[in-house]
Design a protein around this ligand. Structure first.
Ligand SMILES: C[S@@+](CC[C@H](N)C(=O)[O-])C[C@H]1O[C@@H](n2cnc3c(N)ncnc32)[C@H](O)[C@@H]1O
Length: 317
């Protein structure tokens, strides 16, 4: 004789300890040892009841390394199971109002177990696994990682952002012990950059052209030029200018598009070049007496719609 699923569900919830177990799992995801502490029973007893609940589809399990965590996820239950659970909870919640009730004690012990877990960072990070990125973003945002990396910049470095635009890079470059100059030909761009860097005493903005830089000979330790070069028709004079201003041991970090076939960019965005090949950049650097130290095609951001990018690191000859 086949039994209706309702009898299996009733059987699963027929033991008070299984109901208590499910109730704490509805509050928090727990490991077997933690459930045993909350319910004040042995781990084998918890495992036995979990097995039965698992077979009935009442619990979700998540494996992280060698540990397994269990929880009750109401949205993942079918409608009948949710209705049955709601009925059981109504009864329990009435009983939980009594301070001495078993159910109220379960939740008090659960608080203690969760607090102890939070104090144990090894356990915390094992549990978080891949979710740490979200937790970090919630707690601290995303911008500070740039400041972390900016601390790697050499102390006292004189930095220039060539074609700084609205100055997105400037606060990052200025987060270290550095002096930073942003140069751009467009007053409207410099105005936005000015607002962005108003509180940064180590940032100066200058109007100027890449092929006639408003900078002294030998005055730059690090030049950055991001997504600008494709706008400049004659590239030789730009490379010659960078060679002039780079100090001994200085570096030029150049980011732009790799070669592509989006010809419409010339008409819609005034692009003078359809990206660059490594050979082109190498030829331009050596003509200017510079040295292409490295060339790397950057990983593609999954949400990006534009062509691929490269980063080239160039130094004085
Ligand atoms: C696409 S935006 C990039 C801005 C910024 N580097 C970034 O990554 O967000 C290009 C910028 O280069 C500037 N620019 C283009 N040609 C230039 C030139 N010959 N001299 C100086 N700035 C130039 C433009 O005014 C614009 O602000």
């Amino acid at each position: 004789m086949t039994t209706s699923p309702i009898f299996e569900r009733l059987a699963a919830l027929a033991e008070p300890i299984r109901v208590r177990l499910l109730r704490v799992l509805a509050h928090d995801e727990l490991a077997v040892g933690e459930i045993a502490r909350v319910l004040q029973t042995s781990q084998p007893t918890v495992s036995r009841h979990l097995k039965q609940l698992d077979a009935g589809g009442w619990v979700l399990r998540r494996k992280v390394g060698t540990a397994t965590y269990f929880r009750l996820s109401l949205p993942d239950l079918d409608e009948d199971a949710r209705a049955l659970w709601a009925l059981v909870l109504t009864d329990i919640d009435a009983a939980s109002g009594e301070p001495a009730s078993q159910y109220a004690e379960d939740l008090r012990r659960l608080e203690g177990v969760v607090a102890a877990r939070a104090a144990d960072s090894e356990e915390l990070f094992r549990r978080l696994g891949g979710r740490w990125d979200d937790v970090r973003a919630d707690l601290f945002g995303g911008g500070f990682v740039f400041a972390t990396l900016a601390a790697l910049l050499p102390a006292g470095a004189r930095i220039v952002d060539l074609g700084c635009g609205t100055g997105a890079l400037l606060p990052i470059l200025a987060a270290g012990d550095t002096t930073v100059i942003g140069i751009d030909r467009e007053a409207a761009m410099l105005e936005v950059a000015g607002h962005r860097t108003a509180d940064l005493p180590n940032v100066t903005l200058k109007a100027g052209l890449l092929d006639d830089l408003p900078l002294e000979y030998d005055s730059v330790d690090l030049a950055v030029c991001q997504l600008v070069l494709h706008h400049v028709k004659e590239l030789g004079p730009v490379f010659a200018e960078v060679a002039r201003v780079l100090a001994q041991g200085g570096r030029w970090v150049l980011v732009d598009m790799v070669e592509h076939d989006r010809e419409e960019y010339s008409a819609t965005m005034g692009h003078q070049h359809l990206g660059f090949s490594e050979a082109t950049i190498r030829a331009l650097t050596s003509e200017a007496g510079l040295w292409l130290r490295s060339w790397r095609v950057l990983p593609v951001d999954p949400g990006a719609q534009g062509p691929g990018l490269f980063v080239a690191v160039i130094s004085g000859g």
